[in-house]
Write a new protein. Sequence first.
Length: 573
Amino acid sequence: MSQKFDKSKLPSRHVSVGPERAPHRSYYYAMGMTEEEIAAPFVGVVSAGNDSAPCNTTLNAQADICREGVIAGGGTPRRFNTITVTDGIAMGHQGMKSSLISREIIADSVEVSVRGHCYDALVGFAGCDKSLPGMMMAMLRLNVPSIFVYGGSILPGTHRGNDVTVVDVFEAVGQFAAGNCPLTELIALEKVACPGHGACGGQFTANTMACVGEAIGLSLPNSNMAPAPYRSRDDIAVAAGKQVMELVARNLRPRDICTREAFMNAARVVAATGGSTNAALHLPAMASEAGIHFDLFDVAEVFKSTPYIADLKPGGKYVAKDMHEAGGVYMAMKTLLDGGFIDPNPITVTGKTIGENLEEITWNPDQKVFYDVKTPITRTGGVVGLKGSLAPDGAIVKVAGMARLQFSGPARVFDCEEDAFAAVEKRDIAEGCVIVIRYEGPKGGPGMREMLSTTAALYGQGMGEKVALITDGRFSGATRGFCIGHVCPEAADGGPIGLIEDGDIISIDAEAGTIELDVPEDVLAERRKAWQPRTNDYQSGALWRYSQVVGLARYGAITHPGAKAETHVFADI
């Protein structure tokens, strides 16, 4: 082992040091550990690996390889696993109610495992959407030295000579319903769209949060965009294991890294790359774990002044593999820094600042994915925050790739996604209307479902730019079109979205950042008197418990008070 560590101030002393811990050590000897290994710092190596979906299938192998780096750095690795819910499979049915709650379960399960076994540090491997913020939330909550590793994206599929992703399949379902895609073509596409291991390839939620990992400083530079099948992922896993031991030696912790300025950098990168609207839910949740106030409006304020520079799907041409080959997240940050959009001062897991890391990057003018900030795709970001009489506590829309930024029309109201999807399938949606899907918020769903099946079907029918859709639920990072999510307060809390009736005029302006319900206040007051809370079918179990404690989407739909209420930090036990 490369260096000796003093365990007298590390959490693992509670399970490995002193005569009174002899029974505990007997368990370690039972697993074949040596006296020297028991005396070293214990590093939790946590994987969200499973057979649920290709996003997660390589994670266990990467976590196992990470052990080599931990050992080389002088630590003792302790592997364990957490769950995932994979959105692509949960999408479009009741299973999607389990998606957002999985973020909390992942964070909680990592926390309780680390607390119970007194681990001194963490290296976390995640692949599918909610597992990325869930893993980083746990790191910030525990505040032990930590490094986040993304398992990597899938390679694009090829169909009729074109790169395709799973979104093309979702949209083909809409084309099939419209009679524009034969069943044989749909089947052929579904068989080639996802050619192997890795998370969804566009700038959807997984890749967006992988960018956040690097931009906020919790991941090694240019480590997350290498696709899952690439052999370089083994080297990244080993490097993360070795580097986390340097963080232990320096006592450099996640909350030292993830300052308010680091969160602003992360929001910049989300907007600049046309990232998922879900980042506006996950960044406030992560910030709460660090005791930093950074809500939807703080995120939106950063988005408002950030140029959109990355030509990535779903609004653009390219996928994560192309982003990796163009120079990765740090290539995007290089031009953002040169334009004054990135704070160079936050420290990172390298032990250097963002600015020092970026000194090693040379801007490549020949790559096609990233535009220079002097000549961006658009002057303002790919994601916009909204506020108005329909959403006093905010809403969010992804405008990357959209030609139309204003929309006004009569409401068509649905009280769940299934009813809206059925209407879309039957072509029972008029051009120019604003589809409202409500009672899908964190509390009302419960679980804040994503609406990709509905939005993709609309796009597949050629209706994507001809209607708008608003919801107190969420949208997939893969959604495109005029789709507004996170409307807050949600219908279940008596928010204005719960008072809308068919035919009410709704006006959205993504340039001005407004969303208005054109109904007189006295009419709304009468509707408010008549409004009754709805019940749902989830009156026991995890979803019931979640609905009792989950907070507003504006603050990240969190389920506990966060670091601001702490009386102690785990890392200091």
